[in-house]
Ligand binder design. Structure first.
Ligand SMILES: *[C@@H]1O[C@H](CO)[C@@H](O)[C@H](O)[C@H]1NC(C)=O
Ligand SMILES: *[C@@H]1O[C@H](CO)[C@@H](O)[C@H](O)[C@H]1NC(C)=O
Ligand SMILES: *[C@@H]1O[C@H](CO)[C@@H](O)[C@H](O)[C@H]1NC(C)=O
Ligand SMILES: *[C@@H]1O[C@H](CO)[C@@H](O)[C@H](O)[C@H]1NC(C)=O
Ligand SMILES: *[C@@H]1O[C@H](CO)[C@@H](O)[C@H](O)[C@H]1NC(C)=O
Ligand SMILES: *[C@@H]1O[C@H](CO)[C@@H](O)[C@H](O)[C@H]1NC(C)=O
Length: 411
C-alpha cells in the first residue's frame, strides 16, 4: 500500500495507467439508456455518452448563497480553469419563521420556511431562483452538480428542523428522521420539489439523499434501534432512492454517506448508483500524529481509501471520495498528494472539501452568510479546510489530478 502510494506521489500519471487497467476488469451492470449528455454508470465506471468519465470535483455549499450572478459566474470560471467537472452543493436551505425577518433583511438565501409543523416553499428571487441560476450557469462552464436534499447537521436547516417542527416536544431521538412516516413524507415532498424542477437538466450529475446521514445529530442522540450494525440507515436509503428513482429514471442517485453506516449494503441497493464517503482522520482521531501514536493521519487515510475502493470494486459500482480534508497549509501540502495519488490509482473520483474563491464582490466581501460562515475580504468561507488559488502547492495537486482524470476519460 505504501510503496504504491509513494510511486503515485512521484507520478500521478503512472498511477492512472495502473488504475485504468484495473477498472476494465470490473463487471458491468445493466445500463439505463439515459439521454445524451447525462452522466451514468457502466460497471465500476462513470460513463458519459458511452465513454469513461473520470473527474475531480469541488465542494461549494455557498454557491447558491451568493448575492450576485457575477460572483456565481466568476466561481464557475475559476473551477473550470482548475479542471473541475462536478460540483457538489446544497439544494436545501431552510429557516424558521422567527428567522424570516433577518433573512429578508440580509439577503440570505432560503428555500423552506418552517412554521409550526410544516414548511412552505420559497420559489422567489431570494429562493429557488438562485439555485436555478446555479444549475443553469454550471452548464455554461461544462460543470455538473451533485444536489443534496438535506443535512444530518443543523447547517442550513437539516434533519432536526424536520424533527423539532413535526414532533415538537415529543422529539427524543435523531433517528426518528429515518422512521417517522410524517417526517418521511415531508422530506419526500421537498425532494420531489427539487427533482421535478431539474430532472430534465443534463447539468445535474446526481441526486444526493442527505449530507452525512447518521443515527445521531447535533442536538439529538441516537435511539436504541439505530446503532452500529442496525439497518436503519440502509432501509432509509433504500426507500428514498426508490422514491427518487420513481420520479426520475435517468439521473444517478447517491447517499451522501460519510461513515458509521453499512457502506457495502447501501452501495448494493438497486437505486444507489455510486458510493460516497468522507474522510477527516485529523478531526475524527485527534490522537493520531501525537507522541505515542503509532499511526499517522496520512496512513490512516490511505487505509480508509483502500477499504472503500475494495468494497466498491466488490459491489461493482463507481466510487467518489466526496469530502476530505486536513487543516493547516503544511498538512495539506504534505498529505494531499499522497491521498490523491492513491485515490486516483484506485479508480476513484475525488472531491476535496472545500473549494475557495477569491475576489468575490458582494458587500465589500464581508458578508456573514449564516452561522459563522463568512465571505471575508472577498474570500469564500474559510473553515480551515478551504484552499484557494493563491495556495499554489495545494491548488496544483488538484489541477494535476484533473489532468490525469481527463486523460482517462474519453474520447
Ligand atoms: C428558530 O431559529 C432560531 C435560531 O436561528 C432559534 O433560536 C429559535 O428557537 C427557532 N424557533 C423555533 C420556533 O424553532
Ligand atoms: C406562522 O404561523 C402563525 C400561526 O399560524 C402565523 O400567525 C404566522 O403568520 C406564521 N408566520 C409565517 C412567517 O408564516
Ligand atoms: C498501534 O498500536 C496498537 C496498540 O498498541 C496496536 O493494536 C496496533 O496494531 C498498532 N498499529 C500499527 C499500525 O502498528
Ligand atoms: C496539522 O496536523 C496536526 C495533526 O496531524 C495538527 O495537530 C495541527 O494542528 C495541524 N496544523 C494546523 C495548522 O491545523
Ligand atoms: C484578486 O484581486 C487582487 C487585487 O485586485 C489581485 O491582485 C489578484 O490577482 C486577484 N486574485 C484573483 C485570484 O483573481
Ligand atoms: C490566500 O488567500 C486566503 C484567503 O483570502 C488568505 O487567507 C491567505 O493568507 C492567502 N495566501 C496564502 C499564501 O495562503
Amino acid at each position: 500500500m505504501h510503496l504504491f502510494a509513494l510511486s503515485c506521489l512521484a507520478s500521478l500519471l503512472s498511477c492512472a495507467a495502473v488504475a485504468a487497467e484495473a477498472s476494465h476488469a470490473s463487471t458491468t451492470i445493466e445500463k439505463r439508456a439515459v439521454p445524451s449528455g447525462f452522466v451514468t454508470t457502466n460497471g465500476a465506471q462513470f460513463d458519459l455518452d458511452g465513454e469513461p468519465f473520470y473527474f475531480v470535483g469541488a465542494n461549494s455549499f455557498w454557491l447558491p448563497l451568493l448575492l450576485t450572478q457575477d460572483d456565481v459566474d466568476a466561481t464557475f470560471q475559476t473551477m473550470q480553469s482548475a479542471g473541475v467537472q462536478v460540483v457538489r452543493t446544497w439544494a436545501f436551505n431552510a429557516i424558521n419563521a422567527t428567522e424570516l425577518p433577518y433573512a429578508l433583511e440580509s439577503g440570505l438565501t432560503y428555500y423552506q420556511v418552517w412554521n409550526n409543523s410544516d414548511w412552505t416553499l420559497n420559489e422567489g428571487s431570494q429562493g429557488l431562483e438562485r439555485l436555478d441560476y446555479v444549475v443553469e450557469t454550471a452548464g455554461k462552464y461544462g460543470i455538473r452538480l451533485i444536489l443534496t436534499f438535506t443535512n444530518n447537521w443543523f447547517g442550513y436547516g437539516g434533519a432536526e428542523l424536520y424533527i423539532y417542527h413535526i414532533l415538537g416536544n415529543t422529539a427524543i431521538t435523531h433517528d426518528e428522521f429515518y422512521t417517522n412516516p410524517t417526517i418521511i413524507a415531508s422530506y419526500q415532498r421537498y425532494a420531489q420539489t427539487i427533482v421535478e424542477r431539474y430532472k430534465d437538466s443534463p447539468n445535474v450529475f446526481a441526486w444526493e439523499l442527505m449530507n452525512e446521514a447518521r443515527c445521531a445529530g447535533d442536538t439529538l442522540p441516537s435511539g436504541p434501534d439505530c446503532v452500529p450494525g442496525s439497518e436503519t440507515l440502509t432501509t432509509w436509503y433504500q426507500l428514498q432512492s426508490d422514491y427518487v428513482r420513481s420520479l426520475d429514471p435517468y439521473h444517478m442517485i447517491t447517499t451522501g454517506g460519510e461513515a458509521g453506516e453499512d457502506f457495502e449494503a447501501s452501495l448494493a441497493l438497486p437505486n444507489i448508483d455510486f458510493g460516497t464517503y468522507h474522510m477527516y482522520p485529523q478531526t475524527w482521531y485527534p490522537e493520531l500524529d501525537y507522541p505515542g501514536s503509532n499511526f499517522s493521519v496520512e496512513e490512516w487515510g490511505l487505509g480508509w481509501i483502500e477499504a472503500h475502493a475494495n468494497t466498491a470494486a466488490y459491489v461493482g459500482k463507481p466510487l467518489l471520495i466526496e469530502e476530505f480534508g486536513v487543516t493547516g497549509l503544511e498538512n495539506k501540502t504534505e498529505i494531499y498528494p499522497v491521498w490523491v495519488g492513491y485515490a486516483l490509482a484506485s479508480g476513484h473520483a475525488i472531491e476535496p472539501w472545500q473549494f475557495g474563491e477569491l475576489n468575490l464582490t458582494e458587500d465589500g466581501g464581508n458578508r456573514v452568510i449564516k452561522y459563522t460562515d463568512q465571505i471575508y475580504q472577498g474570500a469564500s468561507p474559510n473553515d480551515g479546510f478551504t484552499f484557494y488559488i493563491n495556495q499554489t502547492a495545494v491548488w496544483d495537486v488538484f489541477t494535476a489530478a484533473a489532468v490525469v482524470q481527463g486523460y482517462r476519460s474519453g474520447p
